[in-house]
Design a protein around this ligand. Structure first.
Ligand code: AMP
Length: 280
């Protein structure tokens, strides 16, 4: 497995792969890898001849009071994990490589970028779409793999790909969870033992909504009330949003059939997200 820090090296490797007729998959990450990330790599391996992974803690998607400085970084360990999974090359650029001095060009998916996490984290999705557009231009993958864990991100990236006519297929992989249901996240490393237990309220609230939905409840307002009530019982966790929306437009729906139930909450200073898509 090769590890590149420059755009020219990554570009040369991806061009060589495509030139050899290989189908190239890209798994964009911010590192601090866990089984959730590896599930994307495995999906990419199953569908592509060559897999590239990127590791880049993208500063422009962090707000001024967010955790950019303390975001976990473990490049060496990450690369070992990726090598074991059969990744062909890793692209791990510096910030200067991705954002040359004086860079003022942004990719913004308007409207959608102000919903869900975009409402709570102004500028977040502008940072995400800008860096993902750059990665797509550099690597030119046939397929890019993203996790359902970041459901709003999926909607925003799909829209960007559609609107800007990127020649890339977006594939979305299911949420990988810990045995007790907590969605895997690099940020789980911030949680102490007590917070780790408190954090289960996110999954619990979604399970409650899913259960009511299975029993025939389709009214989004009632489902939201039920989900939120789980948070009333866990006052140490501060709810950011609990919404039931259309998975593509991210607009609230009245009828929850086939809708995305998305939750974000602060456990201490750690912001966690989770979601489920209800059956039709
Ligand atoms: P990140 O490193 O947090 O930017 O995540 C990189 C990719 O891995 C994104 O597409 C995430 O949605 C995906 N991902 C993160 N956690 C999980 C998880 N628990 N299950 C599935 N995909 C995940």
């Amino acid at each position: 497995m090769k590890i590149f820090s420059t755009i020219s090296e990554a570009r040369a490797a991806s061009r060589a792969a495509r030139g050899a007729g290989q189908r190239l998959g890209l798994v964009p990450t911010m590192g601090a890898l866990h089984e959730g990330h590896l599930s994307l790599v495995r999906a990419a391996r199953a569908e592509c001849d060559e897999v590239a992974a990127s590791i880049f803690v993208n500063p422009t998607q962090f707000g001024p009071n967010e955790d950019l400085a303390k975001y976990p970084r473990s490049l060496e360990r990450d690369c070992q994990m990726l090598e074991r999974e059969g990744v062909g090359f890793v692209f791990a650029p510096t910030v200067d490589e991705m954002y040359p001095a004086g860079a003022v060009t942004w990719v913004t998916v308007e409207d959608l970028s102000g919903k869900l996490d975009g409402r709570s984290r102004p500028g977040h999705f502008r940072g995400v779409t800008t860096v993902v557009a750059k990665l797509f231009h550099i690597v030119e993958p046939d397929i890019a793999f993203f996790g359902q864990k970041d459901a709003a991100q999926v909607a925003v990236i799909r829209r960007m790909v559609r609107d800007l006519k990127f020649a890339v297929k977006v594939e979305v992989c299911p949420i990988v969870r810990e045995a007790d249901g907590l969605a895997m996240s690099s940020r789980n490393a911030y949680l102490d033992e007590a917070q780790r237990k408190q954090a289960l309220v996110l999954h619990r609230s979604l399970e409650r909504v899913e259960e009511l939905s299975r029993r025939g409840e389709t009214n989004a307002a009632r489902l939201i009330a039920a989900g939120r009530s789980e948070f009333d019982r866990e006052p140490s966790v501060r709810l950011d949003y609990f919404e039931i929306v259309d998975p593509d437009s991210l607009d609230p729906v009245a009828d929850a059939c086939g809708a995305l139930v998305a939750v974000a909450a602060y456990v201490g200073n750690t912001r966690l997200i989770d979601n489920v898509v209800l059956a039709r």
